[in-house]
Design a protein around this ligand. Structure first.
Ligand code: FES
Ligand SMILES: [Fe+2]
Length: 413
């Protein structure tokens, strides 16, 4: 993002705070609660968004060096993603070509070779079958035809894209659009260092989980004692990029920062930036930390979903986190105005904990309640306010992708 764009975001947020305005969807929308309970809809969503659509399975920092690997079970098939000896990213079906054993059940690690735990066939990190134990006894096979089954994959703008279908196509620039692609490139996501992952398997539909990231109207009530101390609740910057969108949230520190000359304004201190990438990705940058949330439907239960919350740090902050201790107290002042990078690193660590804990114990806990309401069948629809434009966009997007009409406008009276 260029400097003028950064200043534009900051000025807009200050203006919203002063004028008590926020991004405006221009209408109130009616959203049927059946969208969180309809099993037929859930099946179509799964097919269109999670089988027939490219997926972000992580950021480049999850495969930091040749031989790094991660596994993924979230897409209905076991996936083994590797970085080969030459540094190239691959995604394979995690299945040995002898009799289908999974080559590893570890979530992540490093290996120069994958030795099958069943009969010790050996595969290289680029998928080649390189060893058949007791090949003479086993009988002759063409090794070149029995490498791991490879899925389409691409690493771009620091993200790892996989298509769950072997015949699927990935065109990252077409998916993101030029403007968002350029903006994401500027974040240099590829340099971010993986720090850890939390998994939230909860009784709420995957779209309710997404909804919790789609508005900040709830901050002053639901997050009164947590992130409301760090971020303004009712001043939202918002823009759309095709099916994707970006939220900008003013930090509390913006109130002090605005007194400084504009040359000293910093985007990372002024606000949190949250991207939604269709269909199921939330990418949140907040004061030096970066959180990637991947939200998956549960295929058996429409009212259940699994969120993988991975967090990352810039190389500089990652090095500091490694050498530093930890603090538990996060305030707007010590987070954004930290005058030493060591203090910032400590606070970033604590911020991640606060973020995950808030999502789990406040956002998703509330999402479980709204799911229960939807399950009851007694409440026909929810309302999305003018101040919740990302909810309109997210729901209209998936509806449009499934050939459904947009949400109806609510009209009072
Ligand atoms: S299933 Fe892998 S070596 Fe037999
Ligand atoms: Fe929230």
């Amino acid at each position: 993002m260029n400097r003028e764009a950064e200043l534009g975001i900051i000025r807009e947020l200050i203006d919203y705070i002063d004028s008590k305005q926020t991004a405006d969807a221009g209408r109130v929308a009616v959203s049927p609660t059946s969208s969180y309970t309809d099993e037929g809809l859930a099946q179509r969503e799964w097919q269109e968004f999670f089988v027939n659509h490219p997926q972000v399975i992580g950021l480049s920092g999850e495969l930091p060096k040749p031989g790094s690997y991660i596994t993924c079970e979230d897409l209905g098939l076991p996936i083994l993603a590797t970085r080969d000896e030459r540094g190239k990213f691959h995604a394979f079906v995690n299945a040995c070509r002898h009799r289908g054993a999974q080559l590893t059940s570890e979530a992540r690690g490093e290996k120069s070779r994958f030795v099958c735990p069943f009969h010790s066939w050996t595969f290289a990190t680029d998928g080649r079958l390189v060893g058949v134990r007791l090949a003479d006894q086993f009988g002759e096979i063409d090794k070149a035809c029995h490498g791991l089954v490879e899925l389409p994959s691409e690493e771009k703008y620091g993200m790892l894209f996989v298509h769950p279908r072997q015949d699927g196509e990935i065109d990252v620039d077409a998916l993101l659009g030029a403007e968002l692609a350029a903006e994401l490139a500027a974040w240099d996501l590829g340099s971010c260092v993986w720090q850890g992952e939390s998994v939230l398997d909860k009784p709420l539909n995957w779209k309710i989980a997404n909804d919790t990231f789609g508005e900040i109207y709830h901050f002053t009530a639901l997050h009164k004692k947590t992130v409301s101390n760090l971020l303004h609740g009712d001043a939202l910057g918002y823009r759309e990029y095709g099916r994707h969108h970006r939220l900008t949230l003013a930090s509390r520190y913006i109130d002090a920062m605005r007194a400084l000359p504009e040359e000293e304004w910093k985007l990372s201190s002024a606000c949190a930036v949250a991207y939604y990438l269709f269909p199921n990705i939330q990418l949140v940058a907040l004061a030096g930390m970066l959180v990637l949330v991947r939200i998956y439907p549960n295929r058996e239960k429409v009212g259940q979903s699994l969120s993988r919350v991975s967090h990352f740090a810039t190389p500089q902050i990652a090095a500091l986190i490694e050498s530093a201790g930890r603090v538990s107290k996060v305030t707007a002042e010590n987070l954004y105005a930290a005058d030493t990078s060591a203090q910032l690193a400590l606070d970033v660590t604590a911020t991640v904990e606060l973020f995950v804990s808030t999502v789990e114990h406040e956002d998703y806990a509330m999402g479980e309640k709204t799911q229960a309401t939807a399950n009851s069948g007694k409440v026909e629809y929810f309302l999305f306010g003018r101040n919740e434009p990302a909810l309109h966009h997210f729901h209209n997007n998936y509806r449009s992708a499934l050939g459904m009409p947009p949400l109806a406008e609510y009209r009072a009276g």
